[in-house]
Write a protein that binds this ligand. Structure first.
Ligand SMILES: [Zn+2]
Length: 278
């Protein structure tokens, strides 16, 4: 089956990963902006990174048969430096109009601080004004406090909830996510975060409407084909095929279709490696 991976950091992955993704059915992916592993000191470094994920990464993915979109933002981990964050926000709008920029993200809370809230609210305001989908990152710790404050910011900013995915939910945050009209994301990692079994249990409890699952692969121990493992687990634990297809294809398609720039191409033919390595 054809799969959309709605959250993955291909910047940190190799060409082997693209080949494995294609072989396992992933045809379209979205790459949100993330923390590079060391905090940036210059706004220009953000801008070069935005260009890289919007231009080069799209070309690289296409060589492997994958249609690649990206989202730009000041991520929560770098929101504490307000002067730098504001400088990036001033220059960011030029990238938001890029044909491959499908959303603003990831934004939200990391330490759940006041500075993070300021930068989060500003970016929600930009998203509302430009009518762009938003990828919201929940903090790794204190999920309940994090999601409560996230929802209060979303309501304060007055952004349409259907335009937002609140990502990285666990069993603790999910009841709060489901009280909103936001999409709810779940991230599957080999050891930390969720397993396919925990995702399956939450889908059985809460249904599949507005639910998204992602592998969120990055520099750490993560898996670019997590979604295939989720699909296999769902089939073996009694989920109907229509639910598997909702999670892997229709729901992410519905979420990103809220941007007029989303025209996913599921039929890109991978290039012969000898052609592009010359
Ligand atoms: Zn991420």
């Amino acid at each position: 089956m054809k799969i959309i991976e709605p959250h993955i950091h291909m910047y940190s992955r190799t060409t082997d990963d693209y080949q494995r993704m294609y072989d396992s059915g992933i045809r379209v992916c979205v790459e949100p902006s993330f923390w590079l592993g060391a905090s940036r000191r210059h706004a220009g470094t953000f801008f070069d990174y935005f260009s890289l994920i919007l231009d080069f990464e799209t070309i690289r993915a296409e060589r492997f048969g994958i249609d690649h979109y990206a989202a730009v933002s000041v991520n929560p981990k770098e929101a504490e430096n307000l002067d730098l964050a504001n400088e990036v926000l001033e220059g960011m709008e030029a990238f938001l109009t890029h044909p491959r920029c499908i959303a603003i993200g990831e934004i939200g809370f990391n330490n759940i601080s006041d500075n993070e809230e300021k930068v989060f609210l500003k970016q929600l305001e930009i998203a509302g004004r430009l009518k762009m989908p938003v990828i919201v990152h929940l903090p790794h710790q204190n999920k309940v406090e994090g999601i409560k404050r996230t929802i209060s910011c979303i309501r304060k900013a007055g952004v349409q909830e259907e335009m937002i995915v609140i990502d990285h939910n666990t069993e603790d945050s999910m009841p709060y996510a489901r009280e909103t009209k936001c999409f709810a994301g779940m991230t599957v990692y080999p050891y930390s975060k969720l397993s396919p079994g925990r995702v399956s249990a939450m889908l059985k409890q809460y249904g599949t409407e507005r639910m998204l699952v992602n592998g969120s692969a990055d520099w750490g121990i993560s898996d670019p084909i997590s979604l295939v493992k989720v699909a296999d687990f769902m089939r073996h634990s009694g989920h109907p095929e229509k639910d598997v297809s909702a999670i892997l294809l229709e729901n992410p398609n519905k979420f990103y279709s809220q941007s007029p720039k989303w025209t996913p191409d599921f039929d890109i033919v991978p290039q012969d490696p000898r052609e592009y390595q010359r």
